[in-house]
Design a protein around this ligand. Structure first.
Ligand code: WQD
Length: 339
C-alpha cells in the first residue's frame, strides 16, 4: 500500500515515515523543504534501507498539488503534517499561518474528495484545549478559544475535515491531538532540527548541554504546581509516529463506522519543567546550566492527556519513558555536532 506523507521530512513526519516503512508501506513524501533538508531523506533511508519517493512541492501551489494527484492516483492513505508550527511566529505573521495551514488543507481535501476512497490522518495538537478545566484532558473536553493563530489553525483544520467527511462519503479521517513530542530515533539518524533558537524545551536543553546555548531559561517557577514550573505530557516521537500508523490502519481496514474521530496522543503522565531538567541531568550525566526567568506569554499551567480512548479503541499505548526520550534526544544532539 502507498501512503502520502505531507511534510514527511519534518520532525514528526520523518519518524512516521520510518514507522510506516517498518510496517511494509510504500511512502511518498511531499515537502517544500522550508523547515527541513534533504539530509533527512538520507537519514530515513539509512534506518529503513528503503528510500521513500520524494517530491519537492509547496502545497500552497494548487496547480502543482493537482498535478501530483494526477500522477499518484494509487494513494491508499494520507498523513498530513505539512504546516507551520511556531506559536510565537504565528502571532507575528498570522496570514502566513492561515495560508500555509488552512488554504493548503482545503486544496488537499479538494483532491482527496475527487478520489474513490480516501483515508486521512490529521496532525492536530493539544493546544486546541487551551487551559483545560480538568486534567488529564479528555477528547470531549471543550475546545477553548485559541491563544495563538497557530492553535486556531489546528481548531479550524479539525472543523474543516469534520465537515468534509460529513459531506463526502468517500472521505474518512482521524485527527490526532499531540501533546509534547520529544526525542529522536534511537539510531540518531533522524531527530528534531529546530531552525534558529529552539522554542521548545527539550531541544533548548540539549543545545545548552552541548554548549550551543549558554543556559536554559526556565519560564516561571511561580505556577500553582508541585515545583512551581509548568507541567506537560512529553511523548517520545517514535511512540507518536507509531500512533499514526495504527490510526491509519483503523481507517484503511474500515474498522470504524465513524467517518471522523479524534484521539489524544500522549503518555498520560505530566512532568514539570524542572522534572525534565533533572531527568535529563540523570540520563546524560551532564549538569545543566539554567536560571529562572519570567513566565512566557501564552503558556498554560498544565496539560497532560487522558489516553484511554487511544488505548482502548486504537489499541495503542506509549511504550517509551521520559528518560528514554531524553537519552535519544541527547544522542541526536551529540551526533549533529559531528556533522
Ligand atoms: C514546554 C514547557 C515552557 C522552552 C508547544 C506548542 C504546541 C506543540 C508543542 C506544535 C513550557 C517551558 C520552554 C524554554 C522553558 N507544538 N520552556 N524554557 O509550549 O507546551 O507546546 O510545543 O504542535 O502546540 O504550543 O512546548 O516545549 O515550548 O514548552 O521553560 O526555553 O517548557 O514554559 O512550560 P509547549 P514547549
Amino acid at each position: 500500500m502507498k501512503i502520502l506523507v505531507t511534510g514527511g521530512l519534518g520532525f514528526i513526519g520523518s519518524h512516521t515515515v520510518v514507522a510506516l516503512q517498518s510496517k511494509g508501506y510504500e511512502v511518498v513524501i511531499i515537502d517544500n523543504l522550508s523547515n527541513s533538508t534533504l539530509n533527512v531523506l538520507k537519514g530515513i533511508t539509512s534506518i529503513s534501507k528503503k528510500t521513500p519517493i520524494f517530491e519537492k512541492l509547496d502545497m500552497r501551489d494548487k496547480t502543482d498539488l493537482k498535478k501530483f494527484f494526477l500522477k499518484h492516483k494509487d494513494i491508499d492513505g494520507v498523513i498530513h503534517f505539512a504546516a507551520s508550527k511556531a506559536v510565537g511566529e504565528s502571532v507575528v505573521n498570522p496570514l502566513l499561518y492561515y495560508e500555509n495551514n488552512i488554504a493548503t488543507l482545503t486544496y488537499l481535501l479538494q483532491n482527496l474528495t475527487e478520489l474513490t476512497q480516501q483515508n486521512l490522518i490529521f496532525s492536530s495538537s493539544c493546544t486546541v484545549y487551551g487551559e483545560a478545566d480538568n486534567l488529564p484532558v479528555l477528547e470531549e473536553a471543550p475546545v477553548k478559544k485559541a491563544i495563538s493563530p497557530y492553535g486556531n489553525t489546528k481548531q479550524i483544520g479539525e472543523e474543516i475535515i469534520k465537515d468534509s467527511c460529513s459531506a463526502h462519503s468517500n472521505l474518512k479521517a482521524i485527527s490526532l491531538r499531540y501533546f509534547n513530542p520529544i526525542g529522536a530515533h534511537p539510531t540518531a539518524a533522524i531527530g528534531e532540527l529546530p531552525s534558529g533558537t529552539p522554542q521548545n524545551l527539550v531541544p533548548f536543553i540539549t543545545q545548552t548541554a552541548i554548549g550551543k546555548r549558554e543556559k536554559l531559561s526556565v519560564f516561571g517557577n511561580d505556577y500553582p504546581t508541585a515545583d512551581g514550573t509548568c507541567v506537560r505530557d512529553y511523548i517520545h516521537v517514535m511512540d507518536l509516529a507509531e500512533a499514526h500508523v495504527v490510526a491509519l490502519e483503523r481507517l484503511i481496514s474500515s474498522k470504524s463506522e465513524m467517518n471522523y474521530e479524534v484521539f489524544n496522543v500522549g503518555t498520560g503522565v505530566g512532568s514539570s519543567v524542572l522534572e525534565v531538567v533533572s531527568a535529563f541531568e540523570k540520563t546524560s550525566g551532564e549538569k545543566l546550566n539554567y536560571h529562572i526567568v519570567d513566565r512566557r506569554e501564552g503558556d498554560v499551567i498544565a496539560a497532560y492527556a487522558d489516553t484511554t480512548k487511544a488505548n482502548e479503541i486504537l489499541g495503542w499505548k506509549a511504550k517509551r519513558t521520559l528518560s528514554q526520550a531524553l537519552e535519544d534526544a541527547w544522542r541526536w544532539e551529540q551526533q549533529t555536532v559531528l556533522q
